[in-house]
Design a protein around this ligand. Structure first.
Ligand code: NOJ
Length: 510
């Protein structure tokens, strides 16, 4: 287990939207290098970089055309190496995004596989044996290539699924078993990509749709086996490299598959989704001050999963990511401060999505860009300061508009405002680094009462009280100590935490 994860705080950068250093309207790697001190200044010591590989950008770069080449619009491979080096000099880590489940339909592997002539890449993707064979249980593209067969897609139509085989074979004419040499070669090809970037200085990977590799793999055991092989490679060759999975099932991702970390994601209906965005625009979210949320739904899913996996890896909470509407679409400013208090004091490894530190808003009505669709509104350029494109780019044609509102938050107008979300984020990350009890995993107690969304969390000597409700709430406690931090008004008196509406209290026990 890479020891640096224990006190890691990640910052997610969507590269096209962070900082445009050459005025072409699109963010780039040199722009990220220029802003590294800003990221470090937030207290983040690691970065997850969304895909920077060459791509036709039908899905924001998750449609990779060349795993070995940085997209020219972001710079060159050398620029990326310079980013690794600059980050390392500042004691920061960089995770790239690995997309192992599919490629772009313009990837040379796919161009070879879709030809009628057989080659050693014919089985790199999943093709039926005839265009007249398109079983409805699979998502297939039909009748559009020279080869007589239909191919399976993993996400959008432009993203054919790579072939890792089938755990259960239901169509023996075209489905290969997981131990078929060509399927094993697919996994080796992805491992080669990983080695290439790790050798250049990457510190690991965020793994896209990590559970999607083997098909007909209901319990995901065959997919997990492939990842265990990858973990063995890392342990042997790159023991400080880390992998975080987009899986949202810590038992499978951490225990079975060997990921160091798993994202706790907004899969509608699960525990995480209940916290911030549940119901009609968050009306049933735990952190909504209306008190209609259901903390029990969260606690009953999260806690057992935490206890089962805490000795093996980390569950990651995130302020947001590039796939979900930003939280201001659901919650008010005070609630968002509490959300940050929660994310940065919970166990695991926290992730801050660029712009969330200043409360950037979800831009609901934008026309889809590069396969973003409803996600486009969470991917708009970073807002640095007043002026042209809010400091993102000098171009007259930024690839996406910034928030046009008069009161758009920027780093410049938030950073000295004591009432800002920015202030709270900076303070909380600093506290997380300062107190060992807030690092990584460890003993944790979660105290809540059915019917109330107010709750408390004990981690070692620290006690956190949360009152998301819009009314005063009293939480009984035997805690007696010093107030380390608070949001809103709250006090400990006579065995009770008296919490004013939407407040948070962090206490260190004597
Ligand atoms: C999950 C990524 O986060 C998302 O942005 C992408 O569209 C899909 N996987 C497909 O790769």
């Amino acid at each position: 287990m890479p020891s640096w994860l224990n006190d890691a705080v990640f910052y997610e950068i969507y590269p096209q939207s962070f900082y445009d250093s050459n005025g072409d309207g699109i963010g780039d790697i040199n722009g990220i290098i220029q802003k590294l001190d800003y990221v470090k200044g937030l207290g983040c010591n690691a970065i997850w970089l969304n895909p920077v590989y060459d791509s036709p950008f039908m899905d924001g770069g998750y449609d990779v055309r060349d795993y070995y080449k940085v997209a020219p619009r972001y710079g060159t491979n050398d620029d990326l190496v310079r980013l690794f080096e600059a980050a390392h000099r500042k004691k920061m880590k960089i995770l790239l995004d690995l997309v192992p489940g599919h490629t772009s339909d313009t990837h040379p592997w796919f161009l070879a596989a879709k030809r009628a002539q057989e080659s050693d890449l014919s089985n790199r993707y999943i093709f039926t044996k005839s265009v007249w064979d398109a079983p409805p249980e699979y998502r297939m593209m039909c009748g559009i290539c020279q080869r007589n067969g239909n191919y399976m897609v993993n996400y959008f139509s432009s993203q054919p699924a790579l072939n890792y085989g089938f755990a259960e074979i239901t169509h023996p004419e075209w489905q290969l078993p997981v131990d078929h040499p060509d399927c094993l070669r697919t996994a080796e090809a992805i491992k080669a990509v990983m080695r290439f970037w790790l050798d250049k200085g990457a510190d690991g990977f965020r793994v896209d749709m990590a559970d999607s590799l083997v098909k007909n793999d209901d319990d995901k055991k065959a997919t997990a086996k492939i990842w265990r092989g990858v973990r063995e490679m890392l342990d042997a060759e790159y023991p400080e490299a880390a992998m975080v999975s987009e899986w949202c099932c810590p038992d499978r991702a951490i225990t079975d598959a060997g990921f160091h970390m798993d994202f706790y994601l907004d899969h509608y209906g699960n525990g995480y989704s209940r916290l911030f965005r549940f119901g009609e625009w968050g009306d049933l979210a735990v952190f909504n001050p209306n008190g209609l949320g259901d903390l029990k739904g969260f606690a009953e899913e999260y806690l057992p999963a935490y206890n089962r996996t805490k000795d093996k890896g980390y569950i990651c909470f995130m302020t947001n990511n590039h796939d979900m509407p930003r939280v201001p679409a659901y919650l008010d400013k005070q609630a968002i401060k509490l959300v940050n208090a929660f994310i940065f004091t919970m166990p695991g490894v926290p992730f801050l999505y660029y712009g969330d530190e200043i409360g950037m808003r979800y831009q609901a009505d934008l026309i889809s860009k590069e396969g973003g669709f409803s996600r486009t509104g969470s991917r708009t350029p970073m807002q640095w300061k007043a002026g042209k494109n809010l400091g993102f780019s000098e171009s007259d044609y930024p690839y996406l508009p910034v928030d046009m509102s008069d009161d758009a938050p920027t780093v410049e107008n938030q950073k000295d405002d004591p009432d800002s979300i920015y202030r709270v984020v900076i303070d909380l990350i600093a506290l997380r680094h300062k107190y060992d009890d807030l690092h990584g995993n460890g003993e944790m107690e979660f105290l809540y009462k059915e019917g109330s969304t107010a709750f408390a969390v004990r981690r070692g000597d620290l006690m956190m009280f949360f009152n998301p409700l819009g009314k005063e709430t009293v939480i009984a406690t035997d805690c007696d100590g010093d107030v380390i931090y608070k949001i809103g008004e709250a006090v400990i008196e006579n065995g009770r935490a008296v919490m004013q509406p939407q407040s948070f209290l962090l206490i260190k026990n004597n």
